[in-house]
Design a protein around this ligand. Structure first.
Ligand SMILES: [Zn+2]
Length: 386
């Protein structure tokens, strides 16, 4: 899967998943008797169509054949998707052939394989074969029923959750990616069988321009969709305060059988696409809390556009899910494996960055405001008393 590429200049790099595995291996987080690497199969049409629109799947599948695509849309293929003016409007309607979601050779297989990995994790957890599963190349939370967007083609999250619901399980989806999970929110907005909780950079400042605190679900689903938009410059301190005040009470009240966790690492201060100021220390604290609150956990990678920082965050997350302290097994080896952030290793952990002065006050005021809204409007639905 790591060999797929959207286009050379595209910020989404599937290779992050392989770097994560390399780093996990180096830090002694894979060769353990209870850990297995399982090989996924691409998810079949019959399962994909459980969530996705047949016409959308068909057009994706047709476009996947590089031969067909390059014959019909030679400019598309040559430019790797940036020249979307040449694309047939019939295709653009499905969100395909845009700069974010270029048509590339193997696109359908790639998305079906990523969805297959998440699905396999869900099946293993539901069947009691595993306590925790991690698909770094999963968590395509922006994909809609009938369209691609935000680097996402197939919504592996909703496909897997639909399967888990069929097993009669009660599901919570907790998303700490820097982007709002609009595709997942839309899928369960009126459905109380899935509690959706998302922390993300404010939709005023960042794609997908949604995920405000007043989007709390509708009908029977009212109160089962919780958004915590974070202001720019949110640091570890502010994020952890928001997370700790919201997630434990909600998960304790809702009491899910299984938690699906989107562990996007694009909240990092060095991420080129977002404007938050977190380090992997705040990230890890959230992952730890989440793990402790989850009877079973399906972890998904999501975003992360500083490739090496992302691999480090995910490696730390995998350690946490296994109660393992990462230990550099190559330390002192001359000519050992070269790895991007080598200069800073020793430890995988960042040093926390603290916002100061007016920035800090502004962030805290906004976090307090959103917290107040959730306590007032969401907590009572779950009979949570503050
Ligand atoms: Zn993201």
């Amino acid at each position: 899967m790591a060999n797929f590429e959207y286009s050379p200049a595209h910020p989404f790099k599937p290779v992050r998943a392989r770097l994560t595995m390399d780093l996990c291996r180096r830090y002694g987080l894979i060769e353990r008797p209870w850990i297995r690497i399982v090989k996924p199969e691409p998810l079949g049409y019959e399962t994909l169509v459980d969530f996705h629109d047949p016409a959308y799947l068909k057009i994706m599948r047709d476009l996947d054949s590089a031969a067909v695509a390059s014959e019909l849309w030679p400019d598309m293929i040559r430019s790797g998707g940036s020249d979307f003016l040449t694309v047939d409007p019939k295709i653009l309607r499905f969100g395909l052939g845009t700069e974010d979601n270029p048509i590339f050779s193997g696109m359908y297989d790639y998305a079906a394989l990523a969805a297959g990995a998440t699905f396999l994790g869900a099946r293993m957890l539901a069947g009691g074969e595993a306590q925790a599963a991690f698909n770094p190349l999963g968590g395509f939370h922006h994909a809609g029923r009938d369209h691609a967007e935000g680097f996402c083609y197939l919504n592996d999250v909703a496909i897997a959750i639909n399967h888990l619901l069929k097993q009669g399980l009660r599901i919570a989806f907790v998303d700490i990616d820097a982007h709002h999970c609009n595709g997942v929110q839309d899928a369960y907005y009126r459905d109380p069988r899935v509690l959706v909780v998302s922390f993300h950079e404010n939709g005023k400042d960042l794609y997908p321009w949604s995920g405000f605190e007043n989007e709390i679900g509708e009908g029977e689903g009212r109160g089962y969709n919780v958004n915590f938009p974070l202001p720019q410059n949110t640091d570890d301190d502010a994020f952890i305060r928001a997370f700790s005040e919201v997630v434990p009470p909600l998960l304790n009240a809702y009491s899910p059988d299984l938690v699906v966790a989107e562990l996007g690492a694009d909240t990092h201060i060095s991420d080129p696409l977002t404007h938050l100021s977190m380090t992997n220390m705040g990230y890890c604290e959230a992952v730890k809390k989440l793990k402790d609150l989850s009877p079973r956990i399906l972890a998904l990678g999501g975003g992360g556009y500083d490739v090496f920082k992302t691999a480090r965050s995910w490696t730390l997350a995998w350690g946490i899910l296994n109660d393992l302290e990462p230990r550099d097994e190559y330390v002192g080896l001359v000519g050992g494996m070269m790895f991007g952030p080598e200069m800073e290793v020793g430890s995988l952990q960042d040093k926390t960055v603290y916002m100061k002065g007016a920035t800090r006050e502004k962030v805290n005021r906004e976090v307090d405001r959103v917290l107040g809204y959730i306590r007032e409007n969401v907590f009572p639905i779950h009979k949570i008393r503050v």
